[in-house]
Design a protein around this ligand. Structure first.
Ligand SMILES: [Zn+2]
Ligand SMILES: [Zn+2]
Length: 283
């Protein structure tokens, strides 16, 4: 497996967007991790025994570890069709990239941000500063899964904390969770800036969970159907070989394990040769 550092150079097109996305992601992740470990878990579970608290610490660190590992793997895994020479003869199903001046395999598309042709290109991701394609899509999918779960967990912890230390989430107290009411309470000296900050981060956490959860669902659906996002939009089912083979092609063997621990198993295909035996109807 080849690695590369993405060529998103300073001054290059959209570099500021990459930087902003990355800084946002890192900042929010560190705030989530810090408030989980130092604020919400110790306070909410203060009455629990050592094992009960330790398990919640471990769950938080475990999710964060999976996020970081899959993020790094998604960024550094080379999924481009770079430095290649045209095969002789060029297969009939292949296309041609005018920018790279090279013939390209089916499902390969040029990314004008990466300045490269990308194997089974799905989309460009600003948060990981990389194109999501044949060799790294599995890391992207697992990353979105863990961000969704981690954000949901943080949101629930924050909500539990606010219920105890801000205003009980019941009756008219529910209105205190609306931003205008919360800011009024802050200005009136009825609450602290820290609690309003925790309220804001609770909204951020639930918002991120919904967005990344939707992203995860969309990509898993396409993976299940053997389609890229573009193929899904255009209802192209040329490469659908049935759910089991489709998932094997993206995740490698024992695909469920990828969601439990970061793993770099070999993939069955190289992202170049898409000649297929007769598609399997069902598996
Ligand atoms: Zn190209
Ligand atoms: Zn790209």
């Amino acid at each position: 497996m080849a690695f590369h550092i993405p060529h998103i150079a300073l001054g290059d097109k959209l570099w500021l967007l990459h930087a902003a996305a990355f800084v946002y992601y890192i900042t929010v992740s560190v705030i989530f991790l810090t408030t989980d470990l130092y604020i919400t878990i110790p306070h909410i579970y203060a009455d629990y025994d050592f094992t009960g608290i330790l398990l919640r610490y471990l769950l938080t660190v475990y999710i964060f570890f999976n996020m970081v590992a899959n993020h790094v793997l998604c960024t550094i895994t080379d999924t481009t069709y770079r430095n290649r020479e045209d095969p002789d003869p060029v297969p009939r199903a292949w296309g041609h990239c005018m920018t790279c001046q090279v013939h390209t395999p089916p499902r390969t598309w040029h990314c004008s941000i990466c300045h490269n042709c990308v194997l089974r290109r799905d989309h460009h991701c600003f948060f990981t500063a990389s194109c999501v394609g044949h060799h790294n899509q599995r890391y992207f999918i697992v990353l979105s899964f863990h961000v969704a779960v981690g954000s949901l967990y943080t949101g629930l912890l924050n909500a539990g904390y606010l219920h105890h230390y801000y205003v009980p989430f019941s009756g008219t107290g529910v209105f205190s969770y609306l931003f205008p009411v919360a800011f009024y309470k802050l200005v009136a000296g009825q609450t602290t800036g820290f609690l309003v900050f925790m309220l804001v981060m609770t909204y951020v956490a639930f918002g991120m969970s919904i967005m990344t959860g939707t992203l995860f669902g969309w990509h898993m659906l396409n993976a299940y159907n053997g389609q890229t996002s573009w193929e899904s939009h255009n209802e192209i089912r040329t490469y659908d070989q049935g759910p089991a083979k489709n998932l094997y092609e993206i995740f490698g063997s024992f695909w469920v394990l990828s969601f439990l621990i970061p793993r770099q198993t070999a993939l069955p295909g190289d992202g170049i040769d898409w000649r297929r035996p007769k598609p399997l109807k069902s598996l």
